[in-house]
Each structure stands twice: as structure tokens, then as C-alpha cells.
Design a protein around this ligand. Sequence first.
Ligand code: FES
Ligand code: FES
Length: 150
Amino acid sequence: MIELNVNGNPYQLDVAEDMPILWALRDVIKLTGTKFGCGAALCGACTVHVDGSPTRSCVTPVSDAQGKKITTIEAVGESEVGQKLQYAWHEQDVVQCGYCQSGQIMSAAALLSENKSPTDEEIDNAMAGNVCRCGTYSRIREAIKQAAKA
Ligand code: FES
Ligand code: FES
């Protein structure tokens, strides 16, 4: 039995220890805001926080998250940083198709939690692993800057 804490809620899951966190979230717990993109830690669509660190849930087994706190896009708005990002995302009209965006916001939230006033270079470095096929990168950067100033 795997015990996970997701968005403050405890879960006991009858799943294999090597099941990726992404599948436990989407298929077992039914939190589908976290997306599958590449399955190989290359696109960032599946990013969640594990004890606050941005984590590629497609390649991280549930056993690695036992005793730690997982936060997903469904709960990112419960933090001050998450709320500021959500507001800025709306203001900057960032989203195009939306598929990559939960991963983008989770990476941005991890960045601003660590660094309240990132430079452009620091933003680009923190977000480099999050791919957006719609090319919303410049709006993402502006939204992160707006949230940092808010
Ligand atoms: S789906 Fe996990 S990094 Fe692409
Ligand atoms: S908004 Fe479409 S992939 Fe990023």
C-alpha cells in the first residue's frame, strides 16, 4: 500500500511502487489537471510539486513521494504565489490551447516561491524544461514578472 499526501489530503493507494506519480494522480485519484506529454521528462507538462520542488511526475515513482507533500495544479491557487500567478496568467491572456499550462504554472510557482524577484535569465532557466507547442513563452515570462511585482 502506498500512502500519498496530495493537496493536503491523505490517500492509501493499492498500486505498484514504481507507478509514476502522474498515473496515480490521473487514473487513481482522478486529478486530471496534470497532463501527460512525453512521458520521458522532456516537456514539463506533468510538473507537480513534491515538497515544493518542481517534479516531472511522469518519471517519478510514487514510492519517491511517500512521506512528502504533493501539490498539483488543482491546489496551486491555495498559495499566495499561486493566486498571483493565476491572476497574472488571466491578465496576460497567456493560454492558447492550454495543454502545457498546468505544468508551466507549477514550474513558475516553484520559481517564485524560491526567488521573489527573478531576472529574465532566471525565469528562462527555471522555465527551460517546459515546452509550449503554441509558443506562449513571451506571455509566460510577462505573467511571471507581473506576479513577482504584485
Ligand atoms: S510528460 Fe512528463 S515531462 Fe513530458
Ligand atoms: S498553450 Fe498550447 S502547448 Fe502551450
